[in-house]
Design a protein around this ligand. Sequence first.
Ligand SMILES: [Zn+2]
Length: 134
Amino acid sequence: MECQECIFCGTESVSQSLIFHATAVSTCPLLEGNLSSMFILRKILKVPESTCVRFLKTYGNPDHWFSCCRNCSALVNKATAIFNEIVELKTRYSVIRENLRNKVRETTASHSSSEYEVLREVRSFITLPGLFRI
Ligand SMILES: [Zn+2]
């Protein structure tokens, strides 16, 4: 174990394994540590990918230069859990949205009178590629 400063608050802390909820996909501790470090750098601190690559090439394994104190780790865990929820909700939202949009694509308007013109326009708008993006 090395003594390092926490990347967030600067508190001197004993280097601990950076294993957070977001890394549960891996069973390799080294990979999990790197994934956690990359999650913090990329998703929380918004460090550009090219800079992260440079850090890895220059400084090697993040376990040697990257530390997080116990208090900040708790916040990172909360952020990670929320991030995972957002990803899950985005996926669920996309599925429902596509189901509804497909209903529009697969059906035709039954009314042709002018009072339904706006509905025909909305329906045609949805069928055009590249539009109606969120
Ligand atoms: Zn800290």
